[in-house]
Design a protein around this ligand. Structure first.
Ligand code: ADP
Ligand code: MG
Length: 332
């Protein structure tokens, strides 16, 4: 199978959003009147972002999911994506499930593959997504990292830390009962991009980011760009680790005892969560609840934005919790 057969067989499909898809030197996209393109690119490198043993179907899902998550964080509606792929060999048994996993998620979000590049080399997947956000009365409706204001509530969607927990099981540092591990593994291998929530939060959230490097690290980006501080309740954050719920139901017995500080650290600095972290005015609490309901996405208030710079961690009693968490940095 040559390069062009490979593209034809696994990646060429009819387009609806795009004027022109795969097959020419460029794809053509027509922005709808009164909208802007939101564009984001994420690369997945074997050994760095995924294990070499991962199921290609799940990898296809994850490669697009992490990109859709960036559109979600901006409140952008997915339109199209490109796929740059380096492959060690043209292996049908890998390409078929990879493209199925990719297109299954793409179809779910009406996001179509419009072009890419294919080359021989160490496995590397780079996707660029294109979405759109409306411009109303000259103002972009995109959710940005820079709009958080003192007094705002701070929220996070879904669950935290389970992807990291699954990684620790693979690394052999933790063991979990099989059903708990399977649930955590799903979070690591097939994260759910919170696209519907991002769209529902337009005009409500003041700032948003998707949690990829760890909650506190990504919160740091909002705080820097908004020039504010924040207080986070770590007792609430810890309960968002889905496995922690099982752990407490099991009476704190997973064979081994896992200390509270460990659960806290997975919640606050685990990474690979692909949840939305966002701020919204107190007056918008009902609107946030309605957005969560409409998008069928759980949302939890975990703290608030402060005028005083810096990040403060507190427990349910309001007592300070020491902070020693670092977020993921490829070159640190
Ligand atoms: P060029 O020579 O202009 O780089 P290519 O020969 O690499 O074009 O690609 C031919 C067509 O196939 C282009 O439309 C390109 O966008 C598309 N394409 C290449 N690789 C992929 C891929 N992995 N997924 C989707 N489209 C692809
Ligand atoms: Mg090319």
């Amino acid at each position: 199978m040559g390069e062009f057969d490979l593209i034809e067989r696994f990646f060429k499909r009819p387009t609806h959003n795009a004027v022109l898809g795969v097959g020419d030197d460029c794809a053509l996209l027509q922005p709808s009147p009164g909208t802007q393109f939101a564009i984001s690119c994420d690369m997945l490198v074997e050994g760095r972002h995924f294990l070499s043993t991962v199921d290609p179907f799940k990898l296809g899902h994850k490669a697009l999911a992490v990109n859709l998550s960036d559109l979600a964080a901006c409140g952008a509606k997915p339109l199209a994506f490109t796929l740059a792929l380096a492959l060690p060999r043209a292996d049908e048994a890998w390409l078929a499930p990879f493209s199925q996993g990719l297109f299954e998620l793409a179809d779910l979000h009406g996001c179509e593959l419009v072009g890419g590049d294919t080359t021989q080399g160490p496995l590397n997947i780079c996707i660029t997504v294109f979405g759109e956000v409306p411009v109303l009365a000259g103002r972009s409706q995109a959710l940005l990292r820079s709009g958080a204001t003192a007094g705002d509530d701070l929220y996070v969607s879904g669950t935290l830390g389970d992807a990291r927990l699954a990684l620790e099981v693979f690394r052999g540092t933790v063991s979990l009962p099989a059903p708990v591990f399977e649930a955590a593994r799903l979070r690591m291998e097939q994260p759910t991009p919170r696209v519907a929530l991002g769209l529902a939060l337009r005009g409500i959230a003041t700032a948003a980011i998707d949690v990829s490097d760890g909650l506190l690290g990504d919160l740091g980006h909002i705080l820097n760009q908004s020039v504010v501080g924040a207080t986070v309740n770590t007792d609430i954050a810890m309960t968002l680790v889905a496995a922690y719920t099982y752990y407490t139901v099991a009476g704190g017995q997973f064979g081994t005892n896992i200390p509270a500080a460990q659960w806290r650290s997975w919640a606050l600095a685990g990474g690979d969560d692909y949840e939305l972290l966002f701020s919204a005015p107190v007056a918008q609490r009902a609107a946030v609840a309605a957005a969560a309901q409409a998008s069928q996405t759980p949302v939890t208030r975990i703290g608030g934005i402060d005028a005083e710079p810096g990040l403060r961690l507190v427990d349910n009693q309001g007592q300070a919790v020491p902070s020693t968490y670092t977020s993921f940095d490829h070159f640190a």
